[in-house]
Design a protein around this ligand. Structure first.
Ligand SMILES: [Fe+2]
Length: 401
């Protein structure tokens, strides 16, 4: 039972006692119940994100402004180390509901135990800060992957589109506990409205199903760029844009493909500039494919929401083909994983177009949803796409070139 459940149980107990009191003093009882519901607590988390460089970022949200930290160690009953969020200009992360604490210099292949702790900031006067209650999570654990491991495995989900029940359903077919990470390839939402949507439609199902113990990595789809909360969205994650990292025999390259319509389209109201953003990423990709890490990896896997081909002739997809496909071919990538079309498909390599296999996951409707699992060692990479009934609907095996 975690802290939230424990709070909930205490609250229910309090409710039972108070209902007896209601007979005597109804007004007082209602006031007490409201207070309990409003008690300081962990709103969601912890959830893990990492780029596998012997560091792990632990994120969580409280329901009120607080100061927080992580206690951790190599034994469950000995959390003898403490880490805080990144300080900016000498100020430690505090007076916020959002928490992101990165544990650095972890030992490869080592299991770590941790708990999150938050102390409510009840009143913040210039010269007197008043703390309230302190809450903490249960002790959780994660394995800090050895970057030089021989085998890597992960699953990809995409195009969930505000259907949080799809997350446990698909993970029920391929359990996350056996994976190094879970990858969300965009369009987990229809558009960004508020914090509650982020919690209810993604963070909570992730925490409930895997994210306290297995990290996830996330790249935006075109739908995450929409809505009034799109500019706050990224702060709930370690990163949601382009990045690259190595794990075992694979170099992973993640590209944020931006919007699908032209920047001047009336629905964007003149406040987006995805053309420049994609051009900057193409420059970055050019550097990446010439890097030592990219060149020496037995396999190179690229993850991007809008596929570099085969997703229609809207401006965004065409711009992705024009900018990224020549670089992906030049870099001799072994596999590209995408979403966006809502029609699952395995596109074979074509020596005149995409020189690499391209797997596009389905979704979001029942019967079209997929989870794609990938496993690679230094000689072979095997991808298998499973539909929401558990049937394999696509597969690809790549051998080391
Ligand atoms: Fe989508």
């Amino acid at each position: 039972m975690n802290e939230n459940q424990s709070n909930r149980r205490n609250f229910l107990k309090a409710g039972l006692t108070l209902s007896a009191a209601t007979l005597v003093a109804p007004g007082a009882a209602i006031a007490n119940v409201t207070e309990r519901e409003d008690a300081f607590k962990i709103a969601v988390g912890p959830y893990l994100q990492t780029n596998f460089n012997n560091s792990m970022t632990i994120l969580w949200l409280t329901n009120k402004n607080a100061a927080g930290w992580v206690e951790f160690g190599e034994q469950a009953d000995q959390l003898n180390q403490k880490a805080y969020g990144k300080a900016e200009l000498g100020l430690m992360q505090a007076n916020s509901k959002l928490n992101a604490v990165t544990l650095n210099h972890l030992k490869p292949g080592t299991k770590y135990y941790y708990k999150i702790v938050s102390k409510e900031i009840k009143d913040f006067q210039p010269y007197k800060l008043t703390y309230g209650e302190t809450v903490s999570s249960n002790v959780e654990s994660f394995l800090n992957a050895n970057q030089a491991k021989e085998e890597v495995s992960f699953v990809m989900m995409n195009d969930i589109h505000d259907r949080p029940e799809s997350i446990p359903h698909l993970l029920g077919l391929v359990p996350a506990a056996q994976q190094d990470f879970v990858f969300f390839n965009g369009d987990i939402f229809d558009y960004q409205t508020d914090e509650k949507q982020i919690i209810d439609h993604m963070l909570q199902p992730c925490v409930d199903n895997f994210a306290k113990n297995t990290p996830f990595i996330y790249v935006r789809g075109n739908h995450e760029t929409r809505g009034k909360f799109a500019r706050e969205f990224a702060q709930y994650y370690m990163h949601v844009g382009h990045t690259a990292f190595t794990l075992g025999p694979v170099r992973f390259v993640i590209i944020d493909t931006g919007e699908d319509k032209e920047d001047a389209h009336p629905v964007y109201a003149g406040i987006v500039n995805f053309d420049d953003y994609r051009i900057q990423q193409a420059e970055w990709l050019k550097t990446e494919i010439n890097s030592k890490e990219f060149k020496k990896a037995p396999f190179r896997v690229v993850l991007m929401h809008i596929p570099p081909r085969y997703s229609g002739d809207a401006h965004g997809p065409k711009h992705c083909t024009e900018l990224f496909e020549p670089l992906l071919n030049q870099g001799k990538v072994d596999l590209v994983l995408s979403g966006h079309t809502h029609k699952y498909m395995v596109h074979q390599p074509d020596k005149n177009l995409n020189h690499y296999p391209l797997i596009i996951g389905g979704g979001p409707q029942k019967g079209t949803r997929t989870i794609t699992k990938i496993k690679a060692d230094k000689n072979k990479l095997v991808a298998s796409m499973i539909d929401d009934s558990g049937k394999e609907v696509g597969t690809y095996t790549a051998l080391r070139k």
